[in-house]
Ligand binder design. Structure first.
Ligand code: HEM
Length: 472
């Protein structure tokens, strides 16, 4: 109920902003089937109430697809939007052929992340930034962080016995420490880590907030926290440039490229603003998603004992083949085929990013519908992930679906095309390491049965998944 009240306020306050911006007359959408609902709030209430249910927006989409077909219009979260689904639509929207679409961030997201963020770039500028961040996030680039991630997973799990563990909170702390260390060699404990964590939490919660930037609002607080985070980064960048400290981290690799006396071409240089905007972008895009994915994997494994047993066998075999009690190695991580399928099946069922939002950059036609430049388009990924023609009995958790290669654009857990997730290797690495130590040490059971989901952009269990663990 509270959420609905907040959303009424959000929508009423957004109205003025919304009317001033971007909206062309809904009349232009007459040819597209669908229902725009109530003035201003549109169909937001039914969207949100379905969103929090275990199936998420799946039933909202399904009802409308049955009534209107694969392409329909609606008005949700203050935006008149055309919803689309299906592999064909995914191919057109995600490959973005001929620059027909761009990413469609909410106003608050744009303000917080800054104009040079990867998420706000298109065309050549986007390609260039992707190239710069690709190397440190590649499998080879990640190797040097493996030991840190491994030790942190062990230390985190050491603290689990004998108490209620809120898996989502533990996963959040773990993934934030990993990315803080990877980006700027932040130590996992201490004052700097606390400052970093406090600022990040405020930034993260402001990302999809009301588009009002005055003192006291969530967006205003988010921008202030972002400024404090940038101050931290400025200090670190200054020390690195003056050789007061040297670390082999993500920041260092970007500074090297940015450095004036470097032999890198002009194309590889980043300004300080680009550097900071994009470090923040990686933090924001990578933290909640990996946290949610790790939490869902642990939840789904407990709910599917056969999958857990098979996964545990894989890890026990790895552990059993080691000599002298040595710990997990980099090469072992790269050979966990069943666990990789469990991760994919988790991302399919949970679909933690339920839709991908785009803005039409040109007029174009899709499935016989004419889309006008400037319209918002949401690609409904939940329905793609639950298409019974590709995934028979779609609600069943069955990692063996990934035994054979799937049809293109049928699994979009990490997206596809030029905007496909650049953090895929890091996310998988964190989850594989954590799951290895978890299943080799503990069995666990949930303290309550609640399948509802938080109504946030990234889908996660509402109750944070409380469990207790026991040694095997
Ligand atoms: C399990 C964890 C993760 C999942 C499920 C995930 C999922 C996705 C998806 C589906 C997209 C494409 C969205 C679209 O096309 O609209 C995406 C993009 C992105 N992800 Fe991830 N992600 C994860 C982890 C990470 C990590 C760890 C990082 C960074 C360290 C990261 C950084 C990004 C960035 C920067 C983009 C935007 C790329 C662009 O616009 O070119 N993600 N992610």
């Amino acid at each position: 109920m509270m959420i609905l009240v907040v959303f009424i306020s959000v929508l009423v306050l957004s109205a003025a902003f919304f009317l001033m911006h971007a909206w062309r007359s809904p009349m232009a959408m007459d040819a597209i089937p669908g229902n725009l609902g109530w003035p201003i709030v549109g169909e937001t209430f039914s969207f949100l109430s379905e969103f929090s249910s275990p199936c998420g927006v799946y039933s909202f989409m399904k009802k409308r697809q049955q009534r209107y077909g694969k392409v329909f219009k609606s008005s949700v979260l203050g935006r008149l939007t055309v919803f689309m689904t299906g592999r064909e639509a995914a191919k057109i929207l995600l490959t973005g052929k001929d620059g027909i679409v761009s990413l469609n961030l909410f106003y608050a997201g744009k303000q917080v992340l800054g104009p040079t963020s990867l998420l706000q770039q298109t065309g050549e500028a986007h390609k260039r930034l992707r190239r710069l961040i690709a190397e440190p996030l590649s499998v080879d680039g990640l190797k040097k962080y493996f030991q840190f991630i491994n030790n942190l997973a062990i230390e985190t799990l050491d603290q689990w016995p004998g108490r209620t563990v809120l898996v989502h909170e533990e996963a959040s702390t773990f993934t934030l420490k990993v990315i803080g260390n990877m980006i700027m060699s932040l130590e996992p404990t201490g004052e700097e880590q606390e400052k970093f964590r406090a600022n990040f939490k405020v930034i993260s919660s402001s990302f999809a907030s009301l588009p009002i930037k005055i003192p006291g609002t969530t967006l205003y607080r988010g921008i202030k926290a972002r400024d404090r985070m940038y101050d931290m980064l400025d200090t670190t960048i200054f020390k690195r440039r003056n050789r007061e400290s040297f670390r082999q981290d993500f920041l260092e690799s970007l500074i090297k490229k940015h450095c004036k006396d470097t032999s890198e071409g002009e194309d590889d240089k980043l300004t300080d603003t680009q550097l900071k905007d994009n470090i923040l972008t990686l933090l924001v895009a990578g933290h909640d998603t990996t946290t949610a994915a790790l939490t869902w994997v642990i939840k789904f494994l407990e709910e599917n004992p056969a999958a857990l047993e098979r996964l545990r066998e894989e890890h026990m075999e790895i552990q059993g083949s080691r000599k002298n009690g040595s710990s997990l190695t980099w090469s072992e991580i790269n050979n966990m085929p069943y666990t990789t399928k469990v991760i994919n099946e988790t991302l399919r069922i949970a679909t933690i990013l339920p839709w991908f939002s785009r803005k039409a950059a040109l007029d174009f036609e899709i499935d016989g519908c004419k889309i006008k430049k400037g319209w918002s388009i949401n690609l409904d990924v939940v329905s793609i992930h639950h298409d019974p023609a590709v995934f028979p009995d779609p609600l069943k958790f069955d990692p063996s679906r990934f035994d054979e290669p799937l049809k293109p654009f049928s699994f979009l857990g990490f997206g596809s095309g030029p905007r496909m997730c650049p953090g895929i290797n890091l996310a998988k690495l964190e989850i594989l390491v954590f799951i290895h130590h978890l299943v080799c040490r503990y069995k666990w059971s949930p303290l309550e049965k609640d399948d509802s989901v938080q109504p946030t952009v990234v889908r996660m269990p509402r109750n944070k998944y409380p469990i207790i663990v026991k040694p095997l």
